[in-house]
Ligand binder design. Structure first.
Ligand code: 5FX
Length: 531
């Protein structure tokens, strides 16, 4: 039996919890995942969330996330994962969601006893039973107030890396403070989903890392410290409730004895700071050179790129500190209407079959003879369009009610990626190489559209779940930095990893067709955003 050290990444995403175990050459040794709706039906979530009647508020119960960890670790022991060889764990969480620990929760965390499931031990630890998550768009009023207090959208972006966004945690905190002050007062610590899961492992409140903290509109993203002006404009005495910030490669503690006794972990197993799913994906996708862009096609579609010279925009996009390089940043844009919208249209027009969906797509020519569409099941983040609906335009730009199925599917896919290219360009991202990941990255027809829209070859990794893999890579990175007592470049760690595979080559004529459609997409989006 090998005694090689292993590294674990956990990903607490919107819809489920995943674990990936890698060895020192970053080969995946074991992985497993559970879906919240299926594994924990008693919480009544759909897609991992509760959608509220106002159409804007979206929440998830943090106790469900705790229950998921119980179930996943129990499954690991049942499947004889070599947990005693895990030298470090790190993790990933859906960004922006907040967990509201009630006074006294710290003692409950420290005193976890292995005789009971964690879910029972922490049942009374939350001041807020349902946490706002990234899909929530109910805080427009708080966003306007923050921008007013700080001198406008560009000023907020210059300070925090993004203009005020509804889902960003600071604006969610302001809303709770204004509408449920008793909950705010009863809260001892506000965690992000990432730092929350890290707390469960370390048995103590875990610090928030710089990269995920940039999704709060509360941190000076260059100085990597809480921004007093933003805190003051959000809620009183907030810094004490947020706790310290750390770089993402920091060891925040050793695993709590609960996991040693109940699941067989080694007591020296390090817990490395957790971060957001997008920063983890950047690590998992090894975006090293400027122009290396990743497109993650999950519940939301996000595009991100490593960058040295950030230029935050008061209109769109985000800049976060880079989770694996303290001197670099990551640029990101996020479209909320991603996979779920593709699935809605697949179910409506192709009876749930991707093969049929792809066959229908091929019935319409590249560029769709000028037809275009914007399909919004949810209020959109980029560009900010709060109303939902399907908007179809013929070649003359006139709104129409219906398309043939093939035209509809092509309008959806081309529209999604044209919009992404448009907005990536506006924050200065110039793709040289695109790495695709997430559920839709296994669909060759979608990858070909991506290649042609961006005019870049598209590569895929052997794995679609880059966030939990990225977290496992970061566990190895954090442990190596700690063992060597210095910052070790992430590239040194990743040298052992297998190269990416080219999955689609850009076709210049088709790229030109798409380039000629950008201005019309821009116009259509602006008209919708303006209401
Ligand atoms: C990023 O800003 C987002 O809101 C989403 O990509 C979430 O992180 C999804 F979990």
């Amino acid at each position: 039996m090998s005694d090689e050290r292993l590294y674990m990444g956990l990903d607490s995403s919107t819809q489920g919890l995943k674990a990936t175990l890698v060895d020192t050459s970053l080969a995946v040794v074991c992985e497993d995942a559970i879906n919240f709706d299926d594994a924990l039906p008693e919480f009544g979530t759909e897609g991992g969330v509760h959608r509220h009647p106002d159409g804007l508020t979206v929440t998830s119960p943090p106790l469900m996330w705790v229950g998921a960890l119980d179930i996943l670790f129990s499954r690991m022991t049942a499947k004889h994962w070599p947990l005693d060889r895990v030298a470090a764990i790190s993790g990933s969480g859906q960004q922006h969601g907040s967990v509201w620990w009630k006074a006294g929760a710290r003692e409950s965390l420290a005193g976890l006893r292995e005789t009971k499931p964690m879910r029972e031990l922490l049942a009374d630890s939350f001041a807020l039973g349902d946490s706002p998550v990234w899909m929530d768009s109910s805080t427009t009023r708080q966003c306007e107030a923050l921008e007013l207090a700080l001198g406008g959208a560009q000023a907020v972006a210059d300070l925090t890396g993004s203009r005020a966004y509804e889902r960003f945690t600071g604006n969610q905190i302001a809303k709770i403070w204004q509408t449920q002050p008793d909950i705010y007062e009863a809260t001892e610590r506000i965690a992000l989903v990432s730092s929350f899961v890290a707390s469960l492992l370390a048995g103590d409140y875990a610090p928030i890392d710089h990269s995920d903290a940039a999704g709060m509109n509360l941190m000076d993203f260059r100085g990597r410290a809480w921004a007093p002006k933003a805190l003051d404009a959000t809620a009183p005495a907030l810094e004490g409730k947020l706790g310290p910030l750390v770089a993402a490669h920091t060891t925040i503690g050793r695993i709590h004895t609960y996991y040693v006794r109940r699941f067989g972990f080694d007591a020296t197993c390090r817990v490395i700071a957790f971060s957001g799913d997008n920063p983890n994906s950047l690590a998992g996708l090894r975006l090293a050179a400027p122009g290396d862009v990743a497109i993650s096609m999950g519940t939301s579609d996000t595009l991100f790129a490593s960058m040295r010279k950030p230029s935050p925009s008061g209109n769109e996009g985000h800049i976060f500190p880079n989770p694996v390089d303290p001197n670099a940043y990551m640029g990101m844009i996020c479209r909320k209407n991603g996979s779920l919208t593709r699935e809605t249209i697949r179910d409506r027009l192709a009876a749930g079959s991707w093969d049929r969906f792809n066959a229908l797509l091929e019935q319409a020519p590249v560029g769709n003879s000028g037809c275009m569409g914007i399909y919004l099941d949810e209020p959109e983040i980029t560009p900010p369009i709060l109303k939902v609906g399907n908007y179809r335009y013929n070649a003359s730009g006139v709104g129409v009610g219906d398309f043939e199925p093939g035209t509809e599917i092509r309008a959806l896919l081309e529209g999604q990626f044209l919009s992404m290219r448009l907005h990536a360009g506006q924050v200065g991202i110039e793709p040289r190489r695109v790495i695709a990941t997430g559920g839709a990255s296994v669909n060759p027809a979608i990858l070909q559209i991506v290649a042609n829209v961006f005019g870049s070859d598209v590569y895929v990794t052997e794995r679609a779940d880059s966030a939990s893999l990225g977290a496992a890579c970061r566990a190895l990175h954090g442990a190596t930095c700690a063992d060597q007592g210095r910052f070790v470049p992430f590239a040194d760690i990743m040298e052992a990893a297998t190269p990416f595979t080219k999955a689609a080559a850009a076709q210049s004529a088709h790229h030109a067709t798409y380039t000629s459609m950008l201005a019309r997409m821009d116009q259509a989006e602006k008209a919708l955003a303006a209401g």
